[in-house]
Design a protein around this ligand. Structure first.
Ligand code: FES
Ligand code: FES
Length: 166
């Protein structure tokens, strides 16, 4: 199958590659670029483990082809921490508040939460729950995930921490 030339920016780094038109974006990111933080849970658009931030939107990267991302600005979980390795407030909050167990959903959950907080820096718990409705977690129940996102939101706003309702 003839390959297509694509260019995109991933975590601030320009990328150029030749890809087969049938290659899913999540496979390209993981297998060609080695960015394996985005996980593959279902490959049918249901679980959200493969969520990436693409041109300012949360996108399940198993639902699009790599060629469709030509020209896009993409952020993956690998782009969340600072260059010196300091964790993003969301990563720190998930660690601190036990927002993960096996961690399979976590990259997609954090990338999604990051966009949610860009759109709504001070969400209620219900708004957080609605905001992550497309991301499934098989392990934790969602209480600590909501709590972690709420704490990260407060940290990012520089606001006093308010405990999420149990
Ligand atoms: Fe993409 Fe589940 S792997 S939504
Ligand atoms: Fe295991 Fe969410 S922590 S699926």
């Amino acid at each position: 199958m003839s390959k297509v030339h694509v260019k995109m920016t991933i975590n601030g780094r320009p990328i150029e590659a030749l890809v087969e038109p049938r290659t899913l974006l999540v496979h390209f990111i993981r297998e060609e670029l080695g960015l394996t933080g985005a996980h593959i849970g279902c490959e049918t658009g249901h679980c959200g483990a493969c969520t990436l931030d693409i041109d300012g939107m949360s996108v399940k990267s198993c639902t699009m082809f790599a060629v469709q991302a030509d020209g896009a600005e993409i952020v993956t979980i690998e782009g969340m921490a600072a260059p010196d390795g300091t964790l993003h407030a969301l990563q720190e909050a998930f660690r601190e508040h036990h927002g993960l167990q096996c961690g399979y959903c976590t990259p997609g959950m954090i990338v999604r939460a990051h966009r949610l907080l860009q759109e709504n820096p001070n969400p209620t718990d219900d708004e957080i729950r609605a905001g992550i409705a497309g991301n499934l977690c098989r392990c934790t129940g969602y209480q600590n995930i909501v709590k972690a996102i709420s704490h990260a939101a407060a940290t990012l706003r520089g606001a006093p921490i308010q405990e999420a309702a149990e």
